[in-house]
Ligand binder design. Structure first.
Ligand SMILES: O=C(O)CCC(=O)C(=O)O
Ligand SMILES: [Fe+2]
Length: 316
């Protein structure tokens, strides 16, 4: 087993010279999606949404394995999968929060990567999709999809992404007893919400027919990169079902706030959980991985959560 050198985790080996060759394979046959547009394009028409997922293939895997930092991320994915499965699938909890996922050194190295990408101007306006399937720019939120070609700047972000994508789907599928989470396709987004920015209420996968490829994103996992002691707001507000006889309840359910504490991972179903992000007083960093469902029926109108979604996004 290879050992990660502490200085690599600390980012001390970050250099301007290329350490290895990187497979710069773009998603193979997917159309350009809103988040894959050239950065900074202005005055774009309101296109129908097409999901930004990609074949796993060799994406995010540099040719020289020895250059990939070892974060313990695959081990953590294997360790956390049973609890994720139990709480999301067996107990039907709307979301699951894991803390101390990779340790503060790894978190810090991932944040350094993100800052390096920002210095390289790799970010563009971040888009959301409305309940009608029409995308719009979020205010003061920038994002990018970390690519294999970003390896020299972002080895830790890529190593985490690669390890989770290779490990979590098979681990969940073993528990589910069928290949319901695709081990071949994924979505990803690195986002920074600046002061004054916010994410309006939405469901990641609105399950609307956008006229393009079907959006197959099924499970959202968000890893937060904040420094320890973060108290600048920016909670993820998740709307959960509430009982009819709950005095505080209304048709929209009750919002539960999850702070974007560093080294925290929050997971929920991409096609049914209504959520938003509240304003933060400082830059708020998050790396999202979307796991893709293999089964068309996973994203069905009558699935759990449809009532809550209808309450938040009434037709018309
Ligand atoms: O960063 C977060 O907490 C949530 C982000 C989000 O809702 C999204 O990217 O769709
Ligand atoms: Fe979201």
């Amino acid at each position: 087993m290879r050992i990660i050198a502490a200085q690599r985790i600390n980012g001390a080996t970050r250099s301007q010279t290329r350490r290895c060759h990187v497979i710069a394979r773009r998603p193979l046959s997917l159309p350009r999606t809103p988040s894959m547009r050239p950065h900074g394009s202005r005055g774009r028409p309101a296109l129908r949404f097409t999901p930004s997922t990609r074949p796993l293939a060799t994406a995010a895997i540099p040719v020289d394995e020895n250059s990939v930092p070892i974060l313990g991320a695959a081990t953590r994915a294997r360790e956390l999968a049973p609890e994720l499965y139990r709480r999301l699938f067996e107990l039907g909890e709307p979301y699951v929060v894991f803390d101390d996922v990779l340790g503060n050194d790894v978190r810090g190295a991932m944040l350094e990567d993100a800052l390096a990408l920002r210095r390289r101007d790799r970010f563009g306006p971040s888009q959301s999709v409305g309940s009608d399937g029409v995308p719009f720019d979020k205010e003061a939120v920038l994002s990018c999809e970390v690519e294999p070609t970003d390896f020299d700047d972002a080895p830790h972000l890529l190593a985490f992404t690669r390890d989770w994508l290779l490990t979590l789907p098979p681990a969940l599928n073993a528990l589910l007893g069928a290949e319901r989470v695709s081990p071949r396709e994924y979505g990803t987004k690195l986002a920074v919400q600046m002061a004054s920015g916010r994410y309006p209420r939405h469901v990641d996968n609105a399950c609307v027919d956008g006229g393009g490829p079907r959006d197959k994103r099924w499970i959202t996992c968000i890893y937060y990169l904040q420094e320890p002691g973060w108290d600048a707001g920016g909670a993820l507000r998740i709307y959960v079902d509430c009982d009819d006889d709950d005095a505080r309840g209304d048709a929209q359910g009750e919002g539960v706030d999850v702070a974007p504490t560093g080294d925290r991972l929050v997971c929920f179903f991409a096609d049914r959980v209504v959520h938003e992000v509240l304003p933060a007083a400082a830059d708020r960093w998050a790396l999202t991985l979307w796991f893709v469902g293999n089964d068309d029926a996973e994203c069905a109108a009558d699935r759990a959560g449809a009532g809550l979604r209808a309450a938040h996004f009434p037709p018309g």
